[in-house]
Ligand binder design. Sequence first.
Ligand code: SF4
Length: 428
Amino acid sequence: MKTVLNPQDYYRLPWTLNDNVLSWLEPTKRCNLYCEGCYSRNDKNSDKSLEQIRSDLDVFTSQRRVDSISVAGGDPLVHPDIVEIVRIIRHEYNLKPVLNTNGLALTPELLKDLKRAGVYGFTFHIDSSQSRPNWKGKNELELNDLRLHYAEMLAEVGGISANFNSTVFPHTLKYAPELLNWAREHIDIVHNMVFILFRTTIDSEFNYYAAGKKIDPGELVYYGEEKNPVRLTARDIVGTIRESDPDFEPCAYLGGTKDPQSFKWLLTGRVGDKDQIYGYVGKRFMELMQTGHHLLAGRYLAYSNTDALKHGRSLLLAMSPFDQGIRKAAKRYASTLLRSPGQLKSRLHFQSVVIIQPIDMMSDGQTNMCDGCPDITVHKGRLVWSCRLEEQLRYGCFLTAAPVRAHAEKEKQPAEKAPREIQPPITA
Ligand code: SF4
C-alpha cells in the first residue's frame, strides 16, 4: 500500500536556482572505489587545478547565493590539493566546505589537516553496493561498524558535522528503520542520515536522444534497468520507516519540476537521546530556521553547527510555542522525566534525516528534476545538474526521452520519433 504524504502538510523549502543552500564542486572525477548507481565516470586525468577550482567557485558565487559547498567527485580525498581546496572554500569564499567521500583515503593526520583548513563536515557514502576492500558481502547493518568508525574519528577531532549517505535499492529498503535506530543510538556524534534512491535509465519504455539523435543508453554509467525493477519513491522509504516507527514525520520538502506531488528532497528533524526519539519537528520549525537564517545571515541554512545540535532541551523550550511537532516532543519528554527523572542526565540532540529521489521520468518522457536543485555544479561556466553532468560531458547536451511505441500505446499517447521537449541546460 502506498504511503499517503500530502505536500500541503509540509513546508516547501524556499531554495531556488540562484538562492540555495548548497552547490556541488567536483575537484576530480577520480575515485578509489566503484559504487553501484554512481553518476560519475572514473576519469584518471580529471584533477582540476586550484585555478579551475577558484573559477568554479566564482561561477557559484556570482550566480547563486549558498551557505555550503559539497566537495564531491569522484572522491575528493584523492585530489592531491584537497586541504588547500578546503582552505580556499572556507577562508577565501567564506563558505562551509563539506566533503562527500567514501572515507577510504581518510587518515587521522589528513583529518587534522582538513580541520585546520576549515572543513565543516563530511558526508560519508557507505552502503552494501560498494565492494569495499575488507567489507565485501556485508549488509547495511554490518556496515554500521564502519559508519561508527568514521563518526568516532570526527568526534575525536570535534566540531565537524558527521553525515551518512546510503543508496537505497529495493533489496536494501528493509534496512532503513534499523539504520535510523543505529543513528539514534549515536545521536551525539551522528548528525544526519541521507537515503538516496537508486536510479537507472528505463530503456524498455523510452528512447533517449542527444540533440534529436537517438543514442544507445548502454553508454551511460547509470544504464541497466534490470538492476532497478522496482522504482522506489520517497514515499516507499517513509512507509517502511513507519512500519517500525509510526510517529516518523517529515517536516519539509523540495517538489519536482514536473510532478508537484513528488517529494524530491524530503527532510525530517527529530529530537532525542541515545535511548529514544521524543518527537519530530514540524513545518513551522523548519520555516523559522530557513527564513530566520536568511534574514540574519543572508543565506538559507545548510548544515548546523554541531554544538547547537546538542541543545535539544533548549530547542524544546524555545520552539514549543511556535511548532506543533516540538510541542508534542516536549510533552513526551516531560512525561518521560516524570516517570524516570534519571533521564535528565542524558543530553537531548537534534538529528536530521533526508530522503532524495533523483530524476524521475514522466510517462511522456519529460524528466522530473528537483525543483530548486541544491546539488547543482558547473560545466563550462554554466550551472548544470550534477546528477546529469555525464550527459553534458559525453554528448555536450542533456538527453531527452520519448516513449517507445509499445509503452506509448499502453499509456494511450501517440509515440514520437523525436523527443517532445528539448530541455535546455540550466543556465543562470
Ligand atoms: S536535480 Fe539531480 S543534482 Fe539536483 S538535487 Fe536533484 S538529484 Fe541532485
